[in-house]
Design a protein around this ligand. Structure first.
Ligand SMILES: [Zn+2]
Length: 213
């Protein structure tokens, strides 16, 4: 099967996203780019039943190369992000804290140093109907120089060089949003934010953080 490993990885990430409560039902979508091919989750299919052969392969214009089912309705969004950035993979979800905070701010304030993981303050892409070119443009702009963004009245998106990297950022984004929401609910006027210098230092520290066996 064409790009079998990538298709299996898309299935795994979809199921993991659901297991962690980051999506409801068939919401959200996942893709990975390999050269001029995009491997993307299908539209409206139960993640528990998903198999690698159900995941389609499309070209960078959205034409199917090997796809048994309709692709995610957000294929234009994924294509726009691949065209505008050097992302190798994209994960999009509708997690509750990310979605709720996207109703309230245009940019997540620098309240937690984890924001530095995303390349700077995380923007909120203005609302447009799902599946449209307008939404794709808005999100591609919000992701300029960033590894994540919120989507107003919709959800969140993370990108990375690989699918596991893009997905690994998603729970951090949800956590930062959850913390921000709790702080806003408690006392929005007295919130302490990090200075640009503190954010730069956190960013430098995080870039070498983590180890693997
Ligand atoms: Zn969505």
């Amino acid at each position: 099967m064409l790009l079998e490993q990538e298709r299996a990885e898309v299935v795994r990430i979809c199921q993991e996203m659901q297991r962690q409560g980051l999506v409801v039902g068939t919401a959200g979508n996942v893709s990975v780019r390999v050269d001029d091919r995009v491997v993307i989750s299908p539209s409206g299919m139960e993640y528990a039943d998903l198999e690698p052969g159900d995941v389609g392969v499309h070209d960078l214009t959205g034409e199917p190369v090997d796809a048994r089912f309709k692709p995610s309705s957000e294929l234009p969004l994924h294509l726009a992000v691949y065209a505008a950035t050097d992302a190798g993979a994209i994960v999009h979800n509708h997690a509750p804290a990310s979605t709720a905070l996207g109703l309230l701010v245009d940019e997540i304030p620098a309240t937690h140093y984890y924001s530095a993981m995303f390349g700077g303050l995380i923007r909120v892409a203005p609302y447009a109907t799902f599946g449209t070119a307008e939404l794709a443009d808005n999100v591609a702009r919000a992701l300029d120089g960033r590894l994540g963004a919120l989507m107003a009245n919709h959800g969140a998106i993370t990108v990375g060089p690989t699918l596991s990297k893009a997905f690994s950022l998603l729970p951090y984004l949800e956590y930062v949003c959850e913390v921000q929401l709790r702080a806003m609910a408690a006392s929005p006027a007295t919130m302490r934010v990090l200075s640009p210098e503190q954010m730069r230092e956190a960013s430098a520290g995080l870039s070498g953080y983590g180890q693997s066996k």
